[in-house]
Design a protein around this ligand. Structure first.
Ligand code: HMG
Length: 389
């Protein structure tokens, strides 16, 4: 029998600041219930001027490196759609900030919110090929829409880091996946824009059709029956989407749904996303973190994962929770990274949103705002400068 491979450790980080949806509603004029109930969001993480996908990624991965060391990590795969360079992989900065071994391969992956799942699947392949090596998978993103647009309330930011390898302590990931790709334009961000373009209503149906496509493919390949799964972790651009997805999946599969049980189960996966906002590639794994940190004992329960990235690519797969996993969780630290965020007012949020980096290649230092361990210190000669305190 093959050595089991999967998620050995999981840790997430988010930003210095947070904007409550009550504050947003007070200025947009929207009924706050539209945010709290309609889309299921309560606040969103806002990066400080000296935070970016690298600082979040390093902060997410640092506790993993501290616990397991660097000796067996031979690959870093970072999924993001908030790329900071057209050539250099953001993971190379993370590799440097975390003092990983030089004998490491580092690469960045992109396909909207899906690339965190792509990174996990690539890591699985490498770990199967050589069970002695571990892969550091990081999904790190900052979701930005136009000010005063419908998407504005669904912004957010976070990074999830996962150590992937043989004999995992958290989740054994199953090799069978249901896949779906179709060429749609419901959400995209051309290189010259810092905010995404989105067709909101079309994006719902693209997401649901892709989920349906993955389920069809998964079943045709002999995947598990729906009722075998004890929990479902969906990509959550806003948490209400997980409920829409779950209803759609059950109706596609021709199963009745107990709404009460569905709500109780899905709520376990939405606790972090509803206060962090859309973290794009990280979202589905933030749902997993929330589930593991808030459910009772899930030992031996199969969990379903549904990753989705606009454009669009989706993947459905299963994983089983490993006996003893409770001893390896980081629940306290996860609560801390959520609670340590400093609330900001609407004017501060708008000023941060409107900031852009100079393109003249000169020496520009970034104001010190973050109290986190890693910071983006500025630019010099078109090169990004990072600091580790
Ligand atoms: P909107 O059009 O302003 O909102 O923006 P709405 O009018 O559709 O209302 C939203 C919900 O709130 C509705 O519920 C309303 O009924 C309800 P629903 O009918 O959907 O169940 N509502 C209220 N509820 C209680 N009290 C009230 C109230 N008022 C209204 N007073 C939209 C919503 C999601 C379109 C917008 O936020 C948006 O464009 N977001 C960005 C796109 C997005 O997240 N799409 C999701 C699928 S695509 C995806 O997941 C990929 C993505 O992550 C990117 C990637 O892959 O890289 C986005």
């Amino acid at each position: 029998m093959n050595t089991p491979v999967g998620i050995h450790d999981l840790s997430f980080a988010t930003t210095e600041f947070v904007l409550p949806h009550t504050e947003l509603a007070a200025h947009t004029g929207a009924d706050v219930d539209k945010y709290h109930i309609g889309i299921g969001q309560r606040s969103m993480s806002i990066p400080a001027a000296d935070e970016d996908i690298v600082t979040m990624a390093a902060a997410a991965a640092a506790p993993i490196v501290e616990r397991w060391g660097t000796d067996r990590i031979r690959t870093v795969v970072l999924g993001t759609e908030t790329s900071i360079d057209q050539s250099k992989a953001a993971g190379v900065y993370v590799h440097s900030l975390l003092n990983l071994q030089p004998s490491t391969r580092v690469v960045e992956l992109k396909q909207a919110c899906y690339s965190g799942t792509a990174a996990l699947q690539f890591a699985m392949g490498l770990a199967h090929r050589d069970p002695s090596q571990q892969v550091l998978v990081i999904a790190s993103d900052i979701s930005r829409y136009e000010l005063d647009s419908p998407g504005e309330a669904t912004q957010g930011a976070a990074a999830v880091a996962m150590l992937v390898g043989a004999n995992p302590t958290l989740i054994r990931v199953e090799p069978l996946s249901g896949l779906h790709t179709s060429d749609v334009m419901e959400f995209w961000r051309p290189n010259y824009r810092s905010t995404a373009l989105v067709a909101g209503q079309e994006s719902f149906s693209a997401y649901l059709q892709a989920l349906e496509g993955t389920w069809k493919d998964y079943t045709e390949q002999g995947g598990r029956a729906l009722h075998e799964f004890g929990a479902f972790c969906y990509h959550q651009p806003f948490t209400k989407m997980a409920f829409k997805a779950h209803r759609h999946l059950f109706s596609t599969a021709g199963h009745d749904l107990d709404e009460g049980r569905m709500s109780a189960m899905l709520r376990l996966t939405t606790a972090y996303n509803e206060v962090v906002g859309n973290s794009y590639t990280a979202s589905v794994y933030l749902a997993l973190a929330s589930l593991l940190d808030h459910a009772g004992d899930l030992t031996d329960r199969p969990i379903a994962f549904a990753g989705y990235g606009s454009g669009c690519v989706a993947e459905f797969f299963g994983g089983t929770v490993v006996p003893g996993y409770l001893d390896h969780l980081r629940t306290e630290n996860h609560r801390y990274v959520i609670e340590r965020r400093r609330p900001i007012d609407y004017d501060t949020y708008r000023a941060l949103h409107s900031r852009s980096l100079p393109e003249d290649g000169g020496h520009h230092l970034t104001p010190r705002q973050t109290t986190g361990e890693f910071r983006f210190a500025g630019l010099s000669g078109h090169k990004r400068l990072y600091e580790h305190s």
